[in-house]
Structures are given as structure tokens and as C-alpha cells.
Design a protein around this ligand. Structure first.
Ligand SMILES: [Zn+2]
Length: 358
């Protein structure tokens, strides 16, 4: 990073040091031939520093990050910033308009289309515009997601922590839980990180909602990144009292229904469950049969089904094991009222059907 000199940010246009520009950038066209335009904010600080991109709604119905970016864009001026903020408020515009995850055109997943090509399908062309014009000019990035609909996910980061630069960024954002791995090969996070632009995904709550508690946490995380990288040197760092990094080798398991029926969650109010505790029951319509899904080990529930019906094989809960030390720290926080229960505000959280939602 040439962080020590002032730089213009160039896409097709140019945002000079000390300038904040908000505009729409055309990445595709509708069937009517009208432009499909991404809302963009670029804040080029009047002091040198790294270029940080933030992206939201690459999956069109994942809205919490959209609110995070709106707030960041509103709060900061070039006089606050050392370096440059590049905010792509809604990347998947057609999906956002339809309030669905994928591009409505043949259900293409924009986050499996990076870096794309100018000769690719629709998703690949949009991804290519986004990547070449904006992402490729940045030094690091944060991509905001939620769970897919009917599920909810715990607030956590996804990052390839075997890469020290990515690890630094993930630690800086300050979530309790980091799910480690490279991610899907053609996701924005994986492609950017592979190309030397350390990028993390933040997963937060559910689709189709603004969840204020999670949005506040994410804004604290953004500030913490600003502090760590001296983008806003006086910003406050988040240093969580416990961290759980889940690698590929850790015990984590999707617990599945063995019968069809009605699902009633019994865990809570916090996501810590002990081995043998009942997580949910599944009953038939007449309540003549009841199956209990129990925790096979002590762990954290990082994702649950929200739609309260299940079929045999249906994932109902994603559980990760934790060490006795982490369990003790979480229990201490619960006792002291410091644990941010994800169910406060009446909201659960969870991830997707065993595959990486990001
Ligand atoms: Zn997503």
C-alpha cells in the first residue's frame, strides 16, 4: 500500500483527495434498455491512507448491510478520513428491486461470479464492472451479508485467517466468532483476498429486515477497522472478551430433522447449549409423535431454522463446539448481563443449508 501519499481514486471518473462524491454507476441494462445503476459513495480523505471498500446487497434481499453503508456514508467527510472509503451501497440492483437473493435473470448468484469477464453472462458482466472499476483499486474490503430467507445467522465474520493480512482485518472488525476458510472460489471475498486485497465477509441476522442491534454492532466493527488501520485514528477499537475461530477441522455440525412436522425451538434465551440439552422438538399435527433434537456436545448455536416446518433431512440447527474456557467466559458474560444475546429484540439468527451463504 502506498499509504503515505495522497491519491485520486479513479474508476472511469476521478475523485480527488478531499472530495466526497455520491453517484450512480451503470453496470447493466434492463429488458427495456434502461440503465441498471449501483449507488456509490466515495469519500477520498484529505490525508493519505489505505483504500477500504465496503459492499452490501450482493445478495439482493440481505439488507442489514445496506443500512450500515448508508450510515457510514452519512457520518464521514473527507476531513475525517485518512485514505479512501469506497461504498457500493447495493451491488445486486436487480435482486434488490425484486427483494430476492439472486439476480432475477435466470437466478444467477452474483457472489459466485467474481471477478467476472466482459464477455460473461449477466452476473459475470456486472461482477466484472464492480471488480475492475472499484474493488481492484482498493487495499482491503468488507462485504456485508445476512442469512438467506427463513433462516437467521449469528453475527460473525468469515475470513481466511491463514492469510495474515486477512486475519488482521478480521480481528480488527472484532466479532466474537470468526468462521475461517477461503470461501467459495468465485465469491467477492475469495477473489479479492486471493488478489492481495484482504477482504472479510460479515454475516449478520436475517434477510428482509433491518435489525438495529446488529447494525449498531457492525458500525462499531467498521469504526474498529478505521482505528486499526488509522483511517480514523481517533476511532474506537472493539476488543471482544472472547473469540472463537472456527476452522475446517473444528467440530461443527448441522443437526437435521429425522421426521416431518412442526418445529418448536426450545433453546435460549442465548445460543450457548450444553451437551444433552434439547434444542428443538418436532411433532406431527396430532402431537402423537414427538422427536427431540438434542445437542450432541456443548457448543454455540450459530444458525437455526426459522420457518417452523421440517422434512426428514432438513437442517434445523448449526452447532459448533467450544472449549471449556470459552464456555466459562460466555457463562460469565451471561451472568453479568454482558453477553449480547442474539435473541434480544426477539430475533434469532442463523446460516444457510450447510453451504457458505456469503
Ligand atoms: Zn449473502
Amino acid at each position: 500500500m502506498s499509504d503515505d501519499e495522497l491519491r485520486s481514486f479513479k474508476y472511469d471518473g476521478e475523485v480527488k483527495p478531499g472530495e466526497k462524491r455520491q453517484f450512480r454507476y451503470e453496470v447493466s441494462e434492463t429488458y427495456l434498455g434502461d440503465p441498471v445503476e449501483i449507488p456509490v459513495t466515495i469519500i477520498n480523505g484529505d490525508k493519505p491512507g489505505p483504500r477500504l471498500f465496503m459492499t452490501a446487497a450482493i445478495h439482493g434481499d440481505e439488507l442489514n448491510g445496506v443500512k450500515v453503508l448508508q450510515e457510514v456514508a452519512d457520518r464521514y467527510a473527507p476531513t475525517d478520513i485518512h485514505g479512501t472509503l469506497v461504498l457500493l451501497h447495493v451491488v445486486n440492483v436487480p435482486g434488490y428491486q425484486a427483494q430476492q437473493r439472486d439476480l432475477p435473470i435466470y437466478d444467477q448468484d452474483l457472489n459466485r461470479s467474481f471477478p467476472g469477464k466482459s464477455s460473461a453472462n449477466t452476473a459475470g458482466r456486472i461482477a466484472n464492472q464492480v471488480y475492475e472499476r472499484f474493488i481492484n483499486q482498493c487495499d482491503l474490503g468488507i462485504d456485508f451479508h445476512t442469512s438467506t430467507r427463513n433462516r437467521t445467522t449469528m453475527y460473525h465474520a468469515r475470513a481466511d485467517i491463514d492469510d495474515p493480512d486477512v486475519d488482521r482485518l478480521a480481528q480488527a472488525f472484532g466479532t466474537n466468532v470468526i468462521l475461517s476458510g477461503e470461501g467459495e472460489a468465485d465469491s467477492l471475498r475469495a477473489v479479492a483476498s486471493r488478489n492481495g486485497i484482504p477482504t472479510v465477509t460479515v454475516e449478520m441476522g436475517k434477510a428482509h429486515r433491518f435489525q438495529p442491534a446488529l447494525i449498531e454492532k457492525a458500525l462499531d466493527g467498521v469504526e474498529s477497522v478505521f482505528a486499526t488501520y488509522d483511517i480514523v485514528p481517533e476511532a474506537t477499537r472493539v476488543d471482544p472478551l472472547w473469540r472463537k475461530v472456527m476452522g475446517a477441522t473444528e467440530e461443527k455440525r448441522w443437526l437435521r430433522a429425522d421426521t416431518g412436522g412442526l418445529v418448536e425451538m426450545e433453546w435460549g434465551p442465548n445460543p450457548l447449549v450444553h451437551g444433552g440439552e434439547t434444542i428443538c422438538t418436532i411433532t406431527d399435527q396430532f402431537k402423537t409423535e414427538e422427536h427431540r433434537v438434542e445437542a450432541p456436545f456443548t457448543g454455540l448455536i450459530v444458525g437455526v431454522l426459522e420457518n417452523p416446518v421440517a422434512l426428514p433431512g432438513h437442517p434445523v440447527c448449526h452447532l459448533v463446539s467450544i472449549s471449556p474456557e470459552t464456555r466459562d467466559e460466555i457463562e460469565r458474560e451471561i451472568t453479568n448481563g454482558e453477553f449480547d444475546g442474539y435473541r434480544s429484540y426477539g430475533q434469532q439468527w442463523m446460516t444457510e443449508n450447510g453451504h457458505d451463504d456469503s
